[in-house]
Design a protein around this ligand. Sequence first.
Ligand code: CP
Length: 324
Amino acid sequence: RNHILALADWVPAEYEILLQTASSFREVLSRRTKKVPALQGQVVANLFFEPSTRTRSSFELAAKRLSADILNFSPGTSSLTKGETILDTAKTYLAMGANIMVIRHQQAGVPLAIATEMDRLDTGVSILNAGDGQHEHPSQGLLDLFTICSLLDAENPSIERLKSKKIAIVGDILHSRVARSNIYSLTTAGAEVHLAGPPTLVPHLFAGMINPKNEGKLFIHWEIEPALSDADFVMTLRLQRERMTNHLLPSLREYHLRYGITRDRLKLCKDEVRVLHPGPVNRGVELSSDLMDDPRVSLISTQVTSGVAVRMALLYLIADLDTQ
Ligand code: CP
């Protein structure tokens, strides 16, 4: 692949390659030097048009660990404020020699639009989607997969271990690009995925994601209990209040009472259940504060740590090293 824009059409072999490559880079990161010269001479442009802490910093660190040069961009202090278009911004970074562009935008489709233009100009530039609107967040889906598969087999993380595991994804599914990427990766891996949340945030349209490829692997609930029952993993999502109109916005207290993940609710799950959250977390809303800070249950810090190795793998796999 020249670009990574979505996980919708990824096949099992691609997940396995990604997991193996990330595993090798995790070993590199455990060494004292932590660096490899794999992307020496390559330029990675981090074009984040929407705020980010984890994704932006971990792509930056991943690029540095691979010895690439990294260019960071902040919309508020850029020439976007003078009316420059997004495509002209991308072409400016192209003219500076960018080989890979990592794009985040609040509008779904912007990474695809830039990828299409880069291909039309025959630039050889690779585009990595770092989250576009409500569409997809493939690197988050992959780091979640790596986190789960590594917990099941630290030496050899593989999607094989996910077959028939039950994973509950709870909360604001409607606005979540993370949920979409995870639905694609986890159902392709053979896991059983149960979505749960209020009807306004888990609308019927998700039934449209149940297709012959994932039938029998994707389920929708408006009550939390059947989703949590005997679950191996619980992935809880942030209430994206900035994307909600007033009629969708539940009271935070009511939401926590009905859908918040608490120690009591986790008793419905398997004994060894672990909890994931892509971050940032509304503490005490989608997840109780004590669970979030309990390393025996919460995988949140592990997810962030995994992000660096997974993003090294993504940068390494899409870098067109033959043309350098
Ligand atoms: N999970 C995630 O995308 O976090 P950031 O918005 O901080 O990058």
